[in-house]
Design a protein around this ligand. Structure first.
Ligand code: SAH
Ligand code: SF4
Length: 418
């Protein structure tokens, strides 16, 4: 989501006559698009901000802006403590960027409940895959999460706005769109999320549609049917579980039990046998016992995700979980996280190996970075495949027979059917 926000900032600047600097030292404007989802992201920003200070003494024209969720939460504080920062603006005020620069307004961090300001010209670096926002903000207030505080209330874009944007992308040659929202399953405008997918699936030149993130509570049978039936909607769902313990899920305010989650997974696998399911997990949520943790381990074993993102719980100021009793010490959090990641590594490899010998449709994205001379792309289930082929295939769908499986990628051979 932040990457796409940066594309929007770049689009606004380009429209305002700015051009991208070759490197940081040459820039007259530097924008930090910050993330505050976990402490680690905040720390990275703080050290970068310190480093950039020197540049200002070399270039007196240099302006520094801090955008994103840290700016939203601590904008005024940043201005006070870091006099070298000229502007702060939050993720709900990206549309005000050019006005800020011309009027020298320093702070834009108010809540922006209006949806009409969000259709911004994104300047995309890639030309095959594009992010497309379908909604902003979040109403869920999971107890650990800062997003509802920084990105505000949930707002859905009207479907014709996305339809128009995706048409334009298709005309420019983009082949894949990923619909973005904190909780796409609760998309609600002139249609619901399945309705939106059905509409976008009719856009001729688009080959693939993906979406993130799905909230398990709001995953409907209608959506499962869409993934099954719609030719362009890919058979992959990112469905964050967070914990395998019902008690912890309740404390997290996730709105589903582990059994509810399992039932959704069962339905998904029953309707779409080859679907890839990935998830997010948090290790060491306040009061998490060894027993709770072992329930997460058990969940990994029984669900067998295709991939996971797992994080140590990070208390975020202002959230309920940051005030909860029973905080887990860092060492135990690390142990639990490592156990989760280690187990999943084995599962991911096993699942990838099961693909050996199968034919996979791959959208070719470019030259392989790791494997010189090869090209690379992704399967419909979002797995990376490297294979020998001509760069003229970039942007095309080809059939690849999987020959070898690694943990993070597959290797294959282009088939004659391509
Ligand atoms: N809207 C998405 C999640 C967005 S945040 C959803 O509900 O699924 C992405 C992930 O970051 C979350 O799924 C969660 O696993 C993790 N995360 C969020 N806040 C966190 C925190 N305070 N500590 C650790 N991980 C966190
Ligand atoms: Fe955060 Fe929960 Fe909203 Fe996801 S659904 S953004 S985890 S509050």
């Amino acid at each position: 989501m932040n990457v796409h926000d940066s594309e929007k900032m770049a689009g606004i600047l380009k429209a305002g006559g700015y051009a991208e600097a070759a490197n940081t030292e040459d820039a007259d404007l530097i924008i930090f698009n910050t993330c505050s989802i976990r402490q680690k992201a905040e720390q990275k920003f703080r050290s970068e901000l310190g480093r950039i200070k020197l540049l200002k003494s070399k270039n007196p024209l240099l302006k520094i802006a801090v955008a994103g969720c840290i700016a939203q939460q601590r904008g005024r504080d940043i201005l006070k403590r870091s006099p070298h920062v000229d502007y702060v603006f939050g993720p709900q005020n990206i549309h005000k960027l050019s006005a800020m620069l011309t009027t020298n307004a320093m702070v834009c961090i108010e809540d922006n409940p209006e949806i009409q300001h969000t259709d911004l010209p994104a300047e995309r670096k890639e030309n095959i895959k594009a992010w497309v926002s379908i909604m902003y903000g979040c109403n869920n207030f999971c107890s650990y999460c800062i997003v509802p505080y920084t990105r505000g209330r949930e707002r859905s874009r009207p479907s014709q706005n996305m339809y128009k944007e995706i048409h334009e992308l298709a005309e420019k040659g983009f082949k894949e769109v990923t619909l973005l929202g904190q909780n796409v399953n609760s998309y609600n405008s002139d249609t619901n999320f399945p309705g939106l997918l059905r509409k976008i699936d009719t856009i001729k030149e688009v080959e693939r549609i993906r979406f993130v993130t799905s909230h398990p509570r709001d995953l409907s049978d209608e959506l499962i049917l869409c993934i099954k039936e719609l030719p362009k909607t890919c058979e992959h769902i990112h469905l964050p579980l967070q914990s395998g313990s019902g008690r912890i899920l309740k404390l997290m305010n996730r709105g589903y039990t582990y059994e509810d989650y399992l039932e959704k997974v069962r339905k998904l696998k029953e309707s779409i046998p080859h679907i890839a399911i990935t998830t997010d997990l948090i290790a060491g949520f306040p009061s998490e016992t060894d027993n709770d943790h072992s329930m997460t381990i058990k969940a990994l074993r029984s669900i067998e995700f295709d991939g996971i993102f797992a994080f140590k719980f990070s208390p975020r100021q202002g959230t309920k979980a940051a005030e909860m009793e029973g905080s887990i010490n860092e060492e135990i959090k690390s142990q639990r996280l490592n156990e989760i990641l280690g187990l999943q590594d084995d599962i991911t490899l096993r699942k990838n190996e099961a693909l050996k010998g199968t034919l996979q449709e791959v959208l070719v994205e470019g030259a392989s970075k790791k494997d010189k001379g090869k090209i690379t792309g992704r399967t419909r289930t979002n797995k990376i495949v490297n294979f020998e082929g001509d760069e003229s295939l970039i942007g095309k769908l080809v059939n690849v027979e999987i020959r070898m499986a690694m943990r993070h990628s597959l290797e294959g051979r282009l088939t004659s059917q391509s």
